[in-house]
Write a protein that binds this ligand. Structure first.
Ligand SMILES: Nc1c(N[C@@H]2O[C@H](COP(=O)(O)O)[C@@H](O)[C@H]2O)[nH]c(=O)[nH]c1=O
Length: 153
């Protein structure tokens, strides 16, 4: 497994902090995401339900970067949760939206528990040749943000 850098840890913590701004939900995770260029410039950020009740964090961030932005080819997408691979409320998963871009690297903290759907985001992204860095040491922070959902399980 690829080891996260100090910068990865800092930016992933920022993604977790963003997730604290999510409008509350008793049926969906609160997630934060950032897209960061190779030189450290934050190209976009997002959090679940930011502009619409069905918004996912990665989706909000991806929407804010032009598809032809050349910086995407060396960018990293940070998400506090593993990108989803199946959606209930929209046709395209965050994994497939990421695969529409050239973003080569995805860093996330918490592998999605089988609470709502069986998530295969990390596996699908890796199978498509993207580098996927999982940072389980920051997962407790994400579980804390979503503690009310885990109590239901
Ligand atoms: N909120 C959220 C995720 N939540 C996940 O999305 C799936 C359900 O999709 P839907 O019912 O359409 O919202 C399910 O796996 C749920 O845990 N995933 C993400 O990548 N990013 C997000 O911001």
């Amino acid at each position: 497994m690829t080891t996260p850098t100090e910068r990865d840890l800092r930016l992933l913590r920022t993604a977790v902090d963003l997730s604290r701004s999510c409008p509350p939900s008793s049926t969906a995770f609160s997630v934060g995401a950032l897209i960061v260029a190779a030189d450290g410039t934050v190209l976009a950020d997002g959090y679940s339900r930011r502009d619409d009740p069905h918004d996912h964090a990665e989706e909000v961030a991806l929407r804010a970067v032009a598809a032809e932005d050349p910086r995407l080819a060396a960018a990293t997408l940070y998400s506090s949760l593993e990108p989803c691979s199946t959606r209930a409320s929209r046709p395209r998963s965050c994994t497939s939206l990421i695969l529409d871009t050239p973003i080569p690297r995805i860093v996330f903290a918490w592998r999605e528990p089988e609470l709502f759907v069986d998530c295969r985001g990390a596996e699908l992204l890796r199978a498509a040749g993207r580098e996927v860095v999982e940072v389980p040491e920051l997962a407790p922070l994400v579980r804390q943000v979503n503690a009310h959902l885990l109590r239901r399980a």
